[in-house]
Design a protein around this ligand. Structure first.
Ligand code: HEM
Ligand SMILES: *[C@@H]1O[C@H](CO)[C@@H](O)[C@H](O)[C@H]1NC(C)=O
Length: 501
């Protein structure tokens, strides 16, 4: 109703006051706690109020603090902490990350409890990404892996991938402007593919438009300023317009998804993710609720679309800027016209790996937390981790470490070829972490092989069928970054495309 309530200029001030008093209270409690003689120290960090002032001035999510964090790490070292609504810890060191996520087993496999609106969009923390480490999470993660992401299932969708790329290539060629913007067309193609894998159905254009928009709005709510994490009863009144918008968004999402989930499926239809969710039974025989299934499907669509599309936008941008790299990919895919065996294309695979290293779609993992039930003090990099801490890992910083990669800020697929520094790098990070675009350990992205496969297949098709040039010959591509849900190109790639003959 009262939308104006959301744009008033007094809000940053109000927030600062709210946050300030909260932080003061928390700091006092922590000080008292310290007085009682804890051994290990908290990781170093800036004074909370100073940080808050900058944070509120930016009015974005903690994931949008890239430059601020880099600065703080330079000053305080690879592990820092900031006391806000809870203790936020940031880890920028690959060895500390490996010890915590891999060698630490389940110690950091927990997630912080979601605050609204994430809580509402995840049906109370009931999707895979936000559910607590435990039997429910294990059941659904196994279901996703075996019923939707297994190699046999992925093979089943080869025809759907081909038709998604057919559509993409023809839409790229029929644009009227001289230079096309890749991202929206790519997003539509990828989204259509994931919708098909999720619901086993093809939607008409209007329905797709709506579902795509709903999903994007829901996703953005995760990375806008988390106002409702602070005094929800108060902030939901203060920001009533925004909160009601989220409620309406969720209602619409349920209206659209529930019939798709329960749709009758014939024998000939490919087995889809929704169908597997209908068949899930907990150990006590319980079924998933509609709200849970809506959130799980929403997670599937977002997990599989935005990340991969962002990665592809970056890779194609690098191929537009570096004609010699594009030419090498082309030579390889041209010699393999059926694209049946991507394994036989080491340069293509190297280009995708280099995209994942230099432009990881998520510059942070999802926040991790320590297990409440665990006994003993938890440490990270020699510092104490309080029970309520939220631990974040700086994915992009780790993969751009000059001590590990030569010319770490340059796009060089060659580094992943046989005999070079990145050859055979372990993308799961189990032995050691040199890059971790999908995380590592128990919470690592379960969709990593599908994500890589989609990226390789789409690059192969886009390069085999089209030649890509910058809008003006010789012009450099602008690689500036900005945060959407993922870290996207500030200026999405525009290019001229020509059909290969
Ligand atoms: C290039 C593509 C992708 C990238 C870069 C990516 C990245 C990530 C990252 C960084 C995480 C967090 C890991 C952590 O917190 O430690 C994650 C989690 C997750 N991803 Fe992906 N992902 C991709 C594709 C996919 C696909 C295709 C799916 C499924 C269709 C998927 C489903 C999930 C799920 C369910 C989680 C939560 C796992 C858990 O909490 O146990 N992702 N992903
Ligand atoms: C574009 O490619 C050239 C080499 O072809 C390279 O020197 C330059 O740094 C690249 N630009 C960006 C923004 O990556």
């Amino acid at each position: 109703m009262d939308q104006a309530a959301d744009s008033s200029a007094t809000q940053p001030l109000l927030l600062l006051l709210l946050l300030g008093s909260l932080t003061l209270a928390v700091s006092l409690l922590v000080l008292i706690g310290h007085g009682r003689g804890g051994k290990a120290r908290l990781p170093p960090g800036p004074p909370a109020l100073l940080f808050l002032a900058k944070f509120v001035a930016l009015r974005r999510s903690i994931f949008d603090l890239g430059p601020l964090l880099v600065d703080l790490h330079a000053r305080h070292g690879p592990v820092i902490s900031i006391r806000l609504f809870r203790t936020l810890i940031f880890v920028a060191d690959r060895k500390v990350a490996h010890r915590a996520l891999v060698q630490g087993g389940a110690t950091f496999a927990e997630r912080p409890p979601p605050a609204d609106p994430s809580r509402m969009f995840t049906a109370g923390g009931r999707d895979i990404a936000s559910s607590p480490y435990g039997p429910y999470w294990r059941l659904l993660r196994r279901n996703l892996a075996s019923e939707a992401l297994s190699p046999a299932r992925v093979a089943h969708f080869a025809a759907a991938r081909r038709s998604a790329c057919d559509g993409l290539v023809s839409s790229l060629l029929t644009q009227k402007e001289e230079a096309v913007t890749l991202r929206p067309l790519l997003r539509r193609a990828m989204f259509e593919l994931l919708v098909f894998m999720c619901f086993g159905a093809r939607l008409d254009r209007e329905a797709l438009d709506e579902v795509e928009e709903l999903q994007h709005q829901a996703l953005l709510s995760f990375t806008t300023f988390p106002v409702f994490a602070f005094f929800p009863a108060v902030t939901k009144k203060l920001f009533r317009g925004r909160w009601e918008g989220y409620l309406a968004l969720r209602r619409r999402q349920e209206e659209v998804f529930v019939p798709l989930i329960h749709a009758k499926r014939g024998d000939g239809d490919p087995p889809c993710y929704a169908e597997s969710l209908l068949a899930v039974r907990a150990s006590d025989g319980g079924r998933l609720t509609d709200a849970e299934m809506v959130s799980l499907c929403s997670e599937f669509l977002n997990g599989g679309t935005d990340t991969t599309v962002t990665l592809l936008d970056w890779i194609m941008a690098e191929l537009v800027n570096r004609t010699e790299v594009q030419a090498k990919v082309y030579e390889e895919v041209k010699a393999n016209p059926e694209l049946n065996d991507l394994q036989a294309m080491p340069y293509l695979k190297a280009a995708v790996m280099e995209g994942l290293r230099l432009h990881p779609p998520g510059h942070f993992l999802l926040p991790h937390a320590v297990q409440q039930s665990g006994d003993g003090d938890v440490e990270i990099g020699g510092y104490a981790v309080p029970k309520d801490a939220e631990v974040n890992f700086l994915v992009a910083e780790i993969a751009r470490d000059e001590a590990v990669w030569t010319a770490a800020r340059e796009f060089r697929p060659e580094r992943f070829l046989e005999g070079a520094e990145g050859h055979g790098v372990d993308i799961t990070g189990s032995r050691e972490i040199k890059m971790m675009p999908f995380g590592a350990g128990r919470r690592m992205c379960p969709g990593y092989s599908l994500g890589i496969h989609h990226a390789e297949y789409f690059v192969a098709r886009m390069v085999r069928e089209l030649e890509w040039r910058p809008p003006v010959d010789g012009e450099e591509v602008d690689m500036a970054e900005t945060l959407d849900f993922t870290t996207v190109m500030k200026r999405p790639l525009r290019a001229r495309v020509f059909a290969r003959t």
